[in-house]
Write a protein that binds this ligand. Structure first.
Ligand code: ADP
Ligand code: MG
Length: 684
């Protein structure tokens, strides 16, 4: 149960004065739903206002307070074009005041011709003129703060209103007992929680913001430690296979040293009575599947079942094919279960799981539904642990007395410093070696003016029996113009190479529809696949040895690296063409150059972080992993070690979080919604 002291912060926003359904909507769009959310809705920046005599006293871009006299109103010609009100300053210089949409009715009343008014807003250039869009009209005697926070907004809520709401929310914020180690607090000169919160909404509030960032990291690390401790307390079946499967398994290749090492680490874990909680981290193509296969066979050898969770249907089917192939003639029953399996097929799979005739099950989330009962599930493998806490949540969801062993796999190269923050208390096995005999993908950066040559190159490539990917950027699935551009590109390429050769997949397509296209590409029926970034990590079409990435400068480096991993999977020499626009920033240039220079995912991740620089929020989309809402990436790097030590010390002294600091730390956990971690305390 959440401590009572937090109740006011977890109340719905509509409990604040003046927030009705109308205002709740834009707030919800900003993901602001509870009082606490407002507290953590920080300003993007601060405006500094200056009172000026005349317009000439200020530069374009400055926010000013100026007195003007209204000279005329000019309505826009259509509903879409704005109302322009012209006014002059005391020296007679003209300014155009611009109002869009519903604001124009209000503006006409507030600013009648001949009226003298004090306004504030940001000066912009409009041709030879100056303008202010949506200036604020000040009361005669009214004062306006000379420094004001500017908040991220949505249509339907003004900045001033947002500030007021945050002020109201702040009044509800209690001060909490301190959860930070006193010496640490002193070292960084951090204020108390409440003071930190207030500071973070004001200029110069860096120390306050940093303290809140620390709170977030602390609760993150504390949660991981608690979940790990709970896992360690549980018992599982030790898996000590007798070798009757693994010893006769005939892989078509010799394992790399890194694979051998990882298999050894996993086998050591499996032999314990304590459940394994391990992350297998290896770049695309490093051979994680074979490692997982051996682990799963070990489970089967000891009379247990194994389940492999894949993020998508396509990947599940692909795993089924490759695991069956690896298993060869071994007496192992491998089946699949996805949301698409219905009726009799599903029934028979469920039966096989319950009676133990199925040894290995592959599938999507469907494999962990309540109706799916295993006879003796001993090992869970999660491919692409792309969502935070999948493993943790699964672990806690296991109601059985004995928890299965857990192996999570990820190809997302994240800087080593961040592994701790993103994966927490998992043991890590690293596949830091690429299987031999693979030629690195040749990466070339090409100006998009060379598009015709690139298209001719594809023509030659597919005439020779090759296949290729053409990747278009689609930043948001909802971005209609990106989708239109991608469709237009597909149309152009279809016209050129023929409809029977070109297919397209994008995120708005339904699963089965998308899979059908992917399957036609995988089977070789299609030569060219036009795709938005939905070609998932792990898709394996070895014959595709050419990739074109359009507007490559719009992709994150980690994302480009993942995409590039789709080629270079066969024996043919592969090429990746990164098309770039004409004008590139220094950083974009450096980023693309790095892609050309190296195939090492970890190096790319490190450099990406460096190039993006400090102060930038960790991109969820880029890493696909958990992101922090308060802590910036550089704060994660700076503070995560302290947070971990602090959390560890606390748990060593007070594992049940029952002392004064422990109680306080529970509050921090709830504040950052690590409720599952708190639940481990009661069960433990
Ligand atoms: P990922 O780590 O991206 O999941 P996969 O397991 O799909 O990589 O392996 C990529 C390819 O490398 C597969 O075709 C696989 O058969 C092959 N492979 C895996 N291990 C080795 C090895 N030790 N030597 C040669 N090829 C290997
Ligand atoms: Mg894989």
């Amino acid at each position: 149960m959440r401590p009572e002291i937090l109740n006011p912060l977890f109340a719905e926003l509509t409990s604040l004065k003046g927030i009705g359904a109308g205002l709740a909507k834009p707030l919800a769009r900003l993901k602001l739903e509870r009082v606490k959310d407002l507290l953590f809705h920080f300003p993007s920046y601060f405006v500094h206002r200056r009172t000026i005599e005349g317009l000439d006293d200020a530069a374009i871009g400055e926010t000013v307070i100026v007195e003007v006299t209204v000279i005329d109103h000019r309505s826009g010609g259509s509903a879409r074009s704005p109302l322009r009100i012209h006014a002059t300053d005391r020296r007679g210089d003209v300014i155009s005041l611009v109002f869009f949409g519903r604001n124009s009715g209000w503006a006409k009343k507030q600013l009648p011709v001949g009226a003298k008014r004090r306004l504030t807003g940001k000066l912009e250039a409009y041709g030879q003129q100056r303008q202010i869009i949506h200036p604020e009209v000040l009361e005669d005697s009214g004062t306006v703060p000379t420094v004001e926070p500017v908040y991220p907004l949505a249509e339907g809520i003004s900045n001033r209103r947002m500030g007021d709401l945050i002020g109201d929310a702040m009044e509800r914020a209690p001060d909490f007992p301190e959860w930070i180690e006193p010496s640490l607090k002193q070292k960084f000169e951090w204020p108390s929680w409440h003071a930190a919160l207030e500071a973070a909404h004001q200029p110069g509030g860096e120390a306050g913001q940093a303290r809140l960032a620390y709170d977030e990291l602390f609760s993150n690390q504390l949660a991981y430690l608690l979940v790990r401790a709970a896992s360690d307390r549980r018992k599982t079946w030790p898996i000590r296979g007798d070798g009757h499967l693994v010893d006769v398994l005939k892989l078509p290749f010799a394992l790399t040293d890194a694979q051998v090492r990882s298999v050894g680490e996993i086998e050591d874990d499996l032999r314990q009575e304590r459940p394994m909680l391990r992350l297998l981290q290896g770049d695309v193509g490093s051979g994680k599947t074979a490692v997982a296969m051996i682990a799963m066979l070990r489970a089967v050898e000891s009379g247990r079942q194994a389940a492999l969770l894949a993020p998508t249907e396509i990947l599940a089917r692909q795993h089924l094919a490759s695991l069956r192939e690896l298993a060869g003639s071994l007496p192992v029953q491998i089946e699949i279960l996805t949301g698409r399996d219905k009726g009799r097929v599903r029934e028979s799979t469920l039966m096989g799981l319950a009676n133990g005739s199925i040894d290995i099950l592959i599938g999507t989330h469907a494999i962990f539904q309540e109706t799916v009962l295993y006879k003796a599930l001993g090992l869970i493998v999660i491919d692409e642990q792309h969502r935070f806490g999948v493993s943790q949540r699964l672990l806690l969801a296991q109601k059985a007395e004995r928890a299965p062993h857990l192996l999570a796999m990820t190809a997302t190269p994240i800087p080593r410093t961040l592994t701790l923050a993103l994966h927490g208390e998992m043991d890590v096995s690293l596949l830091d070696e690429v299987p031999p005999g693979r030629t690195p993908v040749k990466t070339v950066v090409v100006s998009d003016e060379k598009l015709p040559e690139v298209v001719s190159g594809i023509g030659r490539h597919i005439a020779g029996g090759g296949q290729a990917y053409w990747v278009c950027p689609l930043v948001e699935e909802s971005d209609a113009s990106d989708l239109a551009a991608a469709e237009e590109r597909a149309a152009m390429l279809t016209l050129r190479f023929g409809g029977d050769k070109v297919g397209m997949v994008h995120g708005r397509m339904k699963g089965p529809e998308k899979d059908a296209v992917m399957e036609r590409f995988a089977s070789g029926a299609l030569s060219l696949l036009v795709a938005t970034t939905v070609i998932e990590v792990g898709v394996n079409v070895p014959n595709a040895s050419l990739m074109i990435v359009e507007a490559a400068d719009r992709f994150g480096l980690a994302q480009l690296h993942q995409l590039r991993g789709r080629v270079g999977r066969g024996s043919a020499k592969s090429t990746c063409l990164l098309l770039r626009g004409g004008q590139l920033s220094e950083t974009s240039r450096a980023r693309l150059a790095l892609m050309r220079e190296t195939n090492d995912g970890f190096r790319i991740a490190e450099e990406d972080l460096r190039l993006r620089g400090a102060g930038e929020l960790m991109g969820t989309r880029q890493s696909g992993e958990e992101s922090f809402s308060v802590a910036s990436e550089s704060q994660v790097r700076e503070l995560i070690g302290y947070a971990r030590d602090d959390a560890r010390m606390l748990i060593e002294r007070d594992g049940g979080l029952e002392g004064a600091r422990g109680e306080a730390a529970r509050i921090a956990l709830y504040l950052f919604e690590r409720d599952t971690a708190v639940r481990t305390l009661r069960s433990g």
